[in-house]
Design a protein around this ligand. Structure first.
Ligand code: ARG
Length: 421
């Protein structure tokens, strides 16, 4: 309750789409509240300032836009890149990474404006509600949370009818039949015809990757430079991280890289068909992984892969603000001091492969690996090494063979009794 009014004050995470446009009015009525519409810019395409004006015309007391693009790429996408984070080995977690930042911004805005409640437009079936709610509970436990879409029991047509009867202005462009979420790390498309996992995604769902008939005939090579695990330049041009991710989205998207079609396991236990376009993140993770393979020793690479996987699961599961995520990130950061160098990516017809990599910290030592005359690997020592290396296995194999032979010779009556009658 602020401004001397007795009304409740709610800060709503507002995207400008149908759900949150209807939510402004619905919250105001059902909860007798004043609503502040908050848009957090994490690099979604589309016109956010027009959406703010609309929010006010639709009854918001106030509408704010916070530019969080730099924070998003530096504090959320970069750790995910260094973790090579791919949920179920395939999804770069674009939506999942933005949710905790949006929730944090929402909570901070509520606290700063004296609101006691936040609201979001998530359904009761998805992961996003988990990510929002867990983040808000963690960071600002005294805030109440309203999730209209989870409560109001309206389908899309009901929402459109509600908008009409209440004079709610919705986007002038035709509402897409799909649920789309965008940010710098990627674009998620779900719902509509995509719900049938047996049918290929219709071309119309794609936006960042263009039509396959427009993918260039010839492959293109792109050089990505990293310094301590941070991508700093593309084709020799130094870029800040926001511009670099945008550049990679454009360059890789042109070749159709980063289209993902996946049956995904949600936190709430539902499997669902998810479609993504993540050209920049897929290309950068491919490059980062290739550089790590060059500069990190085998045991560290293997151990880090298990840390990376756990990191990805935590992000997906809405546990960004957790001690475990912070601790895993600290480990990952400590591995990145040698992840400096260049990777050449080859982009062609939807594929992105690392085809070259070099680093001053490369562990690929020519004098050890070469078959040429300048080899300094002492091959004559290999015989002794292999003998000792294989010795425990040789012994264990012999013992197992002896045990099995002994079992074969044992009469049934003398074998261990597993079950009494
Ligand atoms: N399944 C993805 C995730 O949980 C994407 C969710 C996308 N949300 C949307 N409104 N399209 O991270």
């Amino acid at each position: 309750m602020t401004n001397g009014s007795t009304k409740r004050h709610v800060v709503l995470a507002y995207s400008g789409g149908l759900d949150t446009s209807v939510a402004i009015r619905w919250i105001a009525e059902k909860h007798d509240a004043e609503v502040t519409a908050l848009s957090v810019d994490v690099g979604q395409e589309g016109e956010l300032t027009g959406a703010l004006d609309r929010a006010k015309r639709n009854g918001a007391r106030d509408a704010q836009l916070i530019d969080a693009k730099a924070t998003f790429v530096e504090e959320y996408c970069l750790p995910a890149l260094q973790a090579n984070a791919l949920y179920e080995g395939i999804y770069p977690l674009s939506t999942a990474l933005a949710r905790p930042l949006i929730a944090k911004t929402l909570a901070e805005t509520a606290v700063a404006t004296g609101a006691d409640t936040v609201a979001h437009g998530c359904t009761g079936k998805g992961n996003d509600q988990v990510r929002f709610d867990v983040a808000v509970h963690t960071l600002a436990p005294s805030l109440h949370i309203i999730a209209p879409v989870r409560e109001w029991n309206m389908n899309r047509d009901d929402e459109i009818a509600y908008a009409r009867t209440h004079g709610i202005e919705v986007r002038t462009t035709k509402e897409s039949p799909y649920s789309v979420d965008e940010n710098l790390w990627g674009r998620s498309i779900e719902g509509g015809r995509l719900e049938d996992a047996g049918v290929p995604a219709p071309e119309e769902v794609f936006d960042w990757t263009g039509h396959p008939s427009n993918w260039p005939e010839s492959p293109e090579l792109v050089d990505v430079e990293f310094v301590q695990g941070v991508p700093v330049a593309v084709d020799g041009v130094r870029l800040d991280l926001v511009s670099l991710v945008r550049t990679m989205n454009r360059r890789a998207g042109l070749h159709g890289v980063g289209r993902i079609d996946h049956v995904e396991d949600r936190v709430v236990g539902i499997k669902s068909r998810e479609t993504y376009e993540c050209p920049g993140s897929v290309a950068l993770i491919t490059a980062h992984q290739a550089l790590e393979a060059l500069v990190l020793p085998r045991d560290l690479l293997q151990f880090k892969a298990s840390v990376d996987r756990r990191f990805a699961d935590l992000v997906y599961d809405g546990l960004w603000f957790s001690p475990l995520r912070e601790a895993l990130q600290a480990f990952i950061t400590s591995t990145q001091s040698v992840v400096t160098g260049h990777v050449t990516l080859r982009l062609h017809h939807g594929s992105c492969r690392a085809v070259g990599r070099r680093s001053e910290y490369s562990l690929l030592a020519h004098e050890l690996a070469t078959y040429g005359a300048d080899s300094r690997f002492p091959q004559e020592l290999a015989v002794g090494f292999i003998h000792l290396y294989g010795l425990p296995n040789q012994l264990a194999h012999a013992r197992v063979a002896a045990a099995r032979a002994a079992i074969e010779r044992t009469p049934d009556a003398a074998r261990p009794v597993l079950r009494t009658a």
